[in-house]
Design a protein around this ligand. Structure first.
Ligand code: FAD
Length: 543
């Protein structure tokens, strides 16, 4: 990146920046993508993991948003069928809430219509009896009816990574742990940035004809480097995971929290369920956002009220995460229309393009809009033709080159894998699954699980290092293999063994191994701080 100027420098390797880099690289722009941490290390690995039409927009009559999100849901199910999969939801309606069954039925009819009746299946209303037959653990008291409808679920961190990798395959230069500290100006216009290699401390200048700020909740901070005005208000959303058997549900459940009337989700994730989310104003350190004791209590109370047999307590929480919603502050009166949008793309006086807000679901169309603006800028600067929009909606993301993931599972089973292993590997790696199986067969020690009974193996560590740009222990355990979120205790006891193993693959010396382990354990401690806080607050109940 530092060697030759690029057309476009994208700051921020969340789903927005990775999506923009992919789109721009596919248009033939010389593109660079940098993130100060790991790809998806910010919001994009801490979402509710839903690719959804956005039922709640119906309440605000924002049909166009539902229409766009429904189209993107179809697109992502097609280009990344391993990372985005259909999910059946049950939405129970209880007496005394603001929602009547007829209102939900009408809303879901519209929801299906705005998806052009091309959602996975159409919704259906269920009687009380039927609801309890499909979800017997739900509270019976006050239950009036339920709706059954479809949305999709995704692996947010891997979806982001897939975009960064696709950008790279199309020629983009991509770097994680590369932080922008300064924007470089020429003739009053932003023309590049000073980028620090976070791991070595080296600094480099990257020259660029256009610079995009896609730093999500950090957006105002990066915009300030160009003197642009702040546009964001941040609110925190937290999730917790618990053993699914404790809740006792099969489908994803959309619920109105009995605590405060907010819509929340209880969603299956293998043998676990995650519950979210909260919504509270945030003014703290953007780099240290965690679910706190209040968040955890709120989520537990809400779910316990709707699943009376769950009786979940803080010690049942396996992991927790939180992220910040960058809500858009209204622009001045001369910019009508910007207020109701989910995202906003602005160009400041010095030419910095900021892409703010948005959601996982619509990242691709937002990326296309941003890349259009860059194409316009490059045309203005050197007269080059504006390239047509590239086929980002049709070309599969890495691992997505498969018509039906079930066929891959059958192939792997025929080839000797157990069905459970095949299903898991296909869900994570899609058509790249044979690479993992080949690695494990080339050296049987690589087939060993990292933290049994969690099924992730050493072969996946090698794959993540060689093919998926994992460069730290936390990249591996948090965003590539998810042990941090899926294993009670965050696999901390196994981390020391893993640092040795990954260190030999990555060439770490003793000092680096020690600092990698310390960083990971610090992440574990930060995430677990809510436990200590709750123990102090309720010394006896929480043990
Ligand atoms: C609680 C919650 C739940 C959500 N659930 C859903 C959902 O279910 N479905 C959905 O569609 N959407 C959901 N969203 C929205 C969605 O997650 C976000 O819109 C999306 O992840 C934002 O991606 P981003 O790339 O803009 O930001 P981020 O993912 O935060 O990426 C910004 C990146 O910029 C990097 N960065 C910051 N400063 C610098 C710098 N100086 N130099 C280099 N890099 C820098 C950061 O390290 C970070 O990786 C949810 C959001 C929240 C908060």
């Amino acid at each position: 990146m530092a060697r030759e100027p690029v057309d476009l420098l994208v700051i921020g390797g969340g789903v927005t920046g990775a999506g923009i880099a992919r789109d721009a690289a596919m248009r033939g722009m010389r593109t660079a993508l940098v993130d100060k941490g790991d790809f998806a290390g910010g919001t994009s690995s801490r979402s509710s993991r839903l690719i959804h039409g956005g039922l709640r927009y119906l309440e605000f009559y924002e049909w166009h948003l539902v229409f766009e999100a429904s189209r993107e849901r179809r697109t992502l199910l097609r280009i990344a069928p391993h990372l985005v999969w259909p999910r059946e939801f049950i939405f129970p309606v209880y007496a005394g809430t603001r929602l009547a069954p007829w209102k939900l039925a009408a809303g879901l009819w519209l929801y299906d219509a705005l998806a052009l009746f091309r959602n996975v299946e159409r919704h259906r209303m269920l009687s009380k009896r039927r609801t309890l037959r499909v979800e017997p653990a739900l509270r019976e008291r006050g239950l009036r009816a339920a709706a059954r409808y479809f949305d999709a679920q995704c692996d947010d961190a891997r979806l982001t990574l897939a975009n960064a990798r696709s950008a790279h395959e199309h020629g983009a230069l991509v770097a994680n742990y590369a932080r922008v500290d300064r924007l470089e100006m020429a003739d009053g216009q932003v023309r590049g940035a000073t980028v620090t290699d976070v791991l070595s401390g080296d600094r480099h200048g990257v020259r660029a004809l256009a610079v995009i700020n896609a730093t999500g909740p950090w957006g105002d901070g990066v915009a300030a480097l160009a003197g642009d005005v702040p546009q964001l208000r941040l609110t925190k959303g937290a999730h917790i995971t618990v053993p699914r058997a404790r809740v006792g549900h099969t489908h994803a459940i959309t619920v109105i929290s009995p605590v405060d009337g907010r819509v929340m989700f209880v969603v299956p994730w293998g043998d676990l369920s995650y519950i979210g989310t909260t919504d509270s104003d945030f003014t703290g350190d953007i780099d240290a956002v965690e679910a706190d004791a209040d968040d955890v209590l709120y989520l537990l109370r809400s779910v316990n009220a709707l699943f009376p047999h769950a009786r979940l307590a803080p010690e049942d929480v396996i992991s927790a995460w939180a992220a910040l919603r960058p809500l858009l502050r209204p622009l001045d009166a001369r910019a009508p229309g910007a207020v109701s949008r989910e995202h906003r793309i602005t160009r400041g006086p010095t030419g910095l393009i900021s892409v703010l807000g948005g959601k996982l679901t619509t990242y691709r169309s937002m990326a296309a809009e941003a890349a259009d603006l860059v194409a316009e800028q490059l045309h203005y600067l050197d007269g080059r033709p504006r390239p047509p929009r590239p086929p980002t909606a049709h070309e599969p993301l890495p691992g997505g080159a498969v018509r039906d993931v079930r066929l891959l599972v059958e192939d792997a089973v025929r080839d000797g894998s157990t069905r459970a292993t095949a299903e898991r590997l296909v869900r994570i790696y899609g058509s790249e699954m044979p690479a993992i199986i080949r690695l494990a067969r080339s050296d049987p020690s690589l087939g060993a699980p990292l933290a049994p009974p969690h099924p992730a193996t050493r072969a996946e560590v090698v794959h993540a290092i060689r093919r998926e740009m994992a460069v730290t222990l936390s990249d591996l355990l948090m965003r590539r293999l998810h042990l941090f979120y899926e294993v009670l205790g965050q696999a901390a006891p196994e981390a020391a063994g893993l640092v040795e193993f990954s260190g030999s693959e990555l060439g770490w010396d003793a000092a680096r191994k020690a600092s990698e382990l310390a960083d990971y354990l610090a992440n574990v401690a930060r995430m677990s701080a809510f436990r200590t806080a709750l123990r102090q607050r309720f010394p006896r109940q929480t043990g």
